[in-house]
Design a protein. Sequence first.
Length: 286
Amino acid sequence: MGHAQLTRVDPTNLEQARAWDGDEGEYWARHADIFENSLRRYQPAFLDAAAIGRAEVVLDIGCGTGSTTRDAAHRATEGIALGVDLSADMIAVARERAAAERLSNARFEQTDAQIHPFEPSGFDLALSRTGTMFFGDLRAAFANIARALHPGGRFVQLVWQPLPENEWITTFLSVLAAGRNLPPPPPEAPGPFTLSDPARVHELLTADGFTAPEVVGLREPMWFGSDAEEATAFIGGLMAWMLTDLDEARRRKVWDDLHAAMAAHEGPDGVELGSAAWLVSAVRRT
């Protein structure tokens, strides 16, 4: 999909912007159904924690293709749900899906939430379902989100527990490593597990205008396709970058191994692998 580039991005988020407003974001947009369904088992607890009122103004950070923004808009029938994301492609899909559901109170904007000048105290609630972990400067991002909330406003996040607790990613990495010793990313670098330590989450939030967070552990299966073939094609495409230095024979072997792993997790509801997340709830201090 062709689109204009982001015009204002914090320097610490430039690498993330290149990915999410580039090939990675395009892949997510093209496979929106799988990505939205992958986390569906977490959505009831996430929305219960959010406790969205019918007249509330909600900010959805890292909204992707907008499933959580749309859920919020369905609940805030007299309010507004604004979804923001770095990806123009995903924002385009989010707008299309909200229009198809006739949600006039669901709005979307391509922007960097770390520095965007949101209206001060303009929101009752900020949400992020596996989105906040990718900020380049978490202190700056959380401070900006705090400013956007009115005193007493709520901030609810779903973030991953540490990597070893998440079967889905350990399985993918083990298969796609193909015997290579690939070092893990630095623990504080932007990525899926940068907020996996509750102590760090507590430190960041309380330093940036929030009360001590409530952190609840959740475990749910993640869904990756209706059968092993669909899941293999999806994961293989998503993580193809891990195979670029392999020759054709080794790539075929990895593909076969990935299909076998997906087949081992195929059940009546499709291909599901275990996952563990933290549900983090905090309030902007008055």
